[in-house]
Write a protein that binds this ligand. Structure first.
Ligand code: NAP
Length: 298
């Protein structure tokens, strides 16, 4: 089986490569080979390589910058998925596209299900929501495309909240972290395993067009920051942990608005794929252990 993977250098892309099953060939073009903001190049690369699957993990993920770089973020997050959809239609290939909890407005206090209406409140969210819509509008055989929404990705590599907090705990005595945005982190490793399971299962059975996946549990950035401090100290990654004060979103102004609540309901995915999500704190611990091991060999 041939896979065209975008975003292979990102958090999720690296885990997809790490968990590649035997017998699968991955073509993972870097940004120099494939610029996702180039619509025609996105179509051509699929037509040239004729993969069985396009796994689209590449994205413009800088939520703050997306408020200014609206055109670029939309080219990458909306029009690249549209180009991939047009190309797979012709080849009868499949598309697995990764999307986000930020397509929702966060104005509810119970988990979002797959079929709820999207209502993004940021440019990043809007660009991802449009990406989903364009796939839906362009796909000829709906069976050939899957959108997998996830939230708050964490991994031992790249740029993410837990690695930022790890550093801040070692440098500062006091930190202030937002406690009124409720969501759940997702282990990029576990998400990658879910991606491979979707690809495997789609040979045998029908799956819904949209699926949700995140770790188990409900938390805030504040709670995650506290957990990073505790676990890092326990693992001897940091000698000390900072005292953390919870603050409101209004006390940490940002250009992009973020959903107040963005838990994704994963029950359907869990049942269909026969996988149970691990609790986020368990995954966080495992990621920090992996980070420690990676540091040892650097
Ligand atoms: N991060 C999160 O918290 C989060 C939450 C929910 C959903 N998601 C979604 O999950 C997916 C994976 O996210 P991630 O955290 O793994 O992303 P990431 O670590 O930020 O990586 C983004 C990837 O996209 C590539 N990319 C960006 N612009 C490109 C361009 N113009 N041409 C070619 N490649 C380009 C990057 O390549 P370079 O290395 O060259 O920059 C990188 O490989 C994305 O669809 C994202 O929207 C992420």
């Amino acid at each position: 089986m041939k896979i065209l993977l975008t975003g292979g250098s990102g958090q999720l892309g690296q885990e997809i490569i790490k968990y590649k099953p035997k017998g699968v060939e991955i073509f993972n073009p870097s940004r120099n080979i494939l610029d996702l903001s180039d619509y025609m190049a996105c179509k051509k690369i699929v037509e040239d390589h004729k993969p069985d699957w396009v796994v689209n993990c590449g994205a413009y993920t800088q939520v703050e910058e997306a408020e200014k770089n609206i055109q670029l973020s939309h080219k990458i997050n909306s029009y690249a998925p549209a180009a991939f959809t047009e190309a797979i239609n012709r080849l009868n290939s499949n598309l697995l596209h990764i999307s986000t909890d930020f397509v929702f407005d966060g104005n509810q206090n119970f988990p979002y299900s797959e079929n709820q209406n999207t209502n993004p409140i940021s440019q990043y969210g809007a660009s991802k929501a449009l990406g989903e819509e364009l796939i839906k509008n362009k796909i000829v055989d709906i069976e050939k495309a899957t959108i997998l929404r996830t939230s708050w990705l964490i991994s031992p590599r790249g740029k993410n909240f837990i690695l930022t907090m790890l550093k801040l705990h070692s440098e500062k005595d006091i930190l202030k972290v937002v406690s009124d945005q409720i969501g759940c982190p997702t282990s990029a490793g576990d998400l990658a395993k879910v991606c491979w399971k979707i690809i495997k299962l789609k040979k045998k059975k029908k799956l819904p067009f949209i699926l949700h996946w995140c770790d188990a549990g409900v938390t805030s950035w504040f709670d995650i920051a506290v957990a990073v401090g505790e676990i890092a100290k326990e693992l001897d990654l940091n000698k000390k942990e900072a005292i953390i004060f919870p603050i409101n979103t209004s006390e940490y102004p940002t250009s992009a608005k973020r959903p107040k609540y963005s838990i994704l309901n994963t029950r359907k995915t869990s049942q269909l794929l026969e996988v149970q999500p691990n609790h986020w704190r368990k995954n966080l611990r495992n990621i920090l252990i992996e980070f420690k091991n990676l540091k040892k060999f650097k």
